[in-house]
Design a protein. Structure first.
Length: 129
């Protein structure tokens, strides 16, 4: 077999393992049912309830669901973070240094000198005569 087939088989097995997590939990429960009933069940000392390890199975399924939800949340957060960084990256909106866009304007007043940006200078200028 070629290397492409090995890679395809590996990818298929990884994807199928992710999909088959819940059936694996059921399979594990069925294979170890007597041990679970005798040692891991919360109601093992109350046989009249006929729990038969269903409480343990419910806990395991809840753990799997929480892990799945957490991983999905992390994936969504990573996707949003990546898209935001792509949109607001400096390559799209280059930032000029502050000192490059400001000019010191000499003042005729005793107040401190202030600086205005080029935009302000272009926007607020006296009318031409």
């Amino acid at each position: 077999m070629s290397i492409k087939r090995y890679i395809a088989f590996l990818m298929l097995s990884i994807i199928s393992f992710k999909v088959l997590v819940v059936p694996f939990v059921y399979l594990d429960f069925e294979l170890h049912k007597t041990y679970i009933i005798n040692h891991l069940c919360e109601n093992r000392f109350k046989p009249q309830l006929h729990c038969d390890g269903k409480c343990y199975l419910a806990k395991q399924l809840q753990i799997v669901a929480q892990e799945h939800a957490r991983s999905e949340t992390e994936k969504q957060a990573e996707t949003i973070k990546k898209s935001m960084s792509d949109v607001f990256d400096e390559t799209f909106f280059p930032v000029k240094p502050i000192f490059a866009i400001t000019k010191a304007i000499p003042s005729q007043t005793p107040y401190l000198e202030h600086s205005l940006s080029d935009f302000c200078i272009l926007l607020f200028h006296p009318p031409s005569a």
